[in-house]
Design a protein around this ligand. Structure first.
Ligand code: ZN
Ligand code: ZN
Length: 334
């Protein structure tokens, strides 16, 4: 993990000199959570060092915005607030107009839509801001919030791990079931191997999840940060259900191929959209593992087709040919 000073150095515009006052202000700013106004920052800085002027804090804040260390956010209060970008993934805001609290979330589907609209209009987007104004749950119900937001970086990793774990679980169930119904010994061995691999991956992912909980014991109770339109675990659960309807080992393998391909695409598509973060690493590593499973299943499918006697009736041959077409290794790419 990058240190704060290495992070600031990486963003420091070329030719800009280090100054101890500025470094001090940047350092204090990076230690703040949430969204603070320029005046809040002046107050915090001057509590620690009364010799630093208001003008210096303002200038440094402006410099941080230009360098990408600070993001300027307008919550419609008539003044700007600032949040730092260090270990703080891009996000959108829910803003309560009753208590002025703000909560953060991320949705790659919203980002994809913004890009789609911009590109259809030949527009080159530089920054997009999504703010949802309204009334928060605490203000609406009168009950205190169950848990505060916590660190977005941890929430992001937590949500990425949750979705990967759910996918591994449904993958394991799918392969265990597939192994049970498969007649061909080799195909059955492949399903068993895959189900064991899923169990192994699951163990590693759960270990990482426990490490996150050790950093923040309240993490489980904190609100969802990462939202998706659909998730890969649904593919495997549907697949497991469809297994009860398959009539041949080929069909079972093809079903596995479809699930793995969908899962690989899901994790790759979202992982590539995320900024550098633990959550991104989790998704891209997972996408790679799913691709390996996909390739193994495709090899096995082809092998089975080679070993099995050719089906006699024309429609069956047509279906097999279509399946083979879909099973081209080139199509593993998303
Ligand atoms: Zn509120
Ligand atoms: Zn924010």
């Amino acid at each position: 993990m990058q240190s704060t000073s290495a992070y600031v150095d990486s963003l420091r515009p070329a030719g800009s000199k280090r100054s101890s006052k500025r470094d001090f202000i940047v350092d204090v700013f990076l230690r703040q959570d949430g969204h603070i106004s320029a005046d809040d920052l002046v107050e915090i800085i001057r509590r620690e060092d009364a010799r630093i002027s208001r003008a210096t804090v303002y200038r440094t804040l402006q410099w941080m915005v230009e360098a990408g260390i600070a993001r300027k956010v307008d919550f419609g209060e008539g003044r700007y607030r600032f949040e730092h970008s260090y270990r703080h993934p891009r996000h959108f805001h829910l803003i309560c107009k009753s208590c002025n609290s703000s909560a953060e979330f991320l949705s790659s589907d919203i980002e994809a839509l913004i890009e789609e609209v911009a590109s259809a209009r030949g527009f080159s987007p530089r920054q997009s801001v999504v703010q949802i104004y309204g009334t928060c749950e605490a203000c609406r119900t009168g009950r205190p919030a169950t848990a505060s937001q916590g660190q977005p970086e941890l929430l992001f990793a937590r949500d990425a791990l949750r979705i990967a774990i759910a996918t591994e679980r449904s993958g394991r169930d799918f392969y265990t079931r597939a192994a049970r119904i498969t007649r061909d010994a080799r195909a059955r061995a492949v399903f068993l191997k895959l189900s064991e691999e899923e169990v192994d991956h699951l163990g590693r992912l759960e270990g990482r999840y426990r490490e996150l909980l050790a950093i923040d014991p309240e993490l489980e109770a904190r609100p969802t940060f990462l939202f998706f339109k659909g998730a890969a675990n649904g593919l495997f659960s549907e697949g497991a259900e469809a297994l009860s309807r398959v009539t041949s080992d080929r069909e079972a393998l093809m079903l596995g191929i479809r699930c793995e391909r969908g899962s690989h695409r899901f994790f790759k598509k979202y992982g590539e959209r995320f900024e550098d973060s633990e959550g991104k690493r989790i998704f891209l590593e997972f996408a790679d593992e799913e691709r390996e499973h996909l390739e193994l299943l495709i090899r096995e499918y082809r092998d089975l087709v080679r070993r099995e006697p050719k089906p006699r009736s024309t429609p069956a041959r047509g279906a097999a040919a279509r399946h083979q077409d879909r099973a081209k290794p080139g199509s593993t790419r998303a």
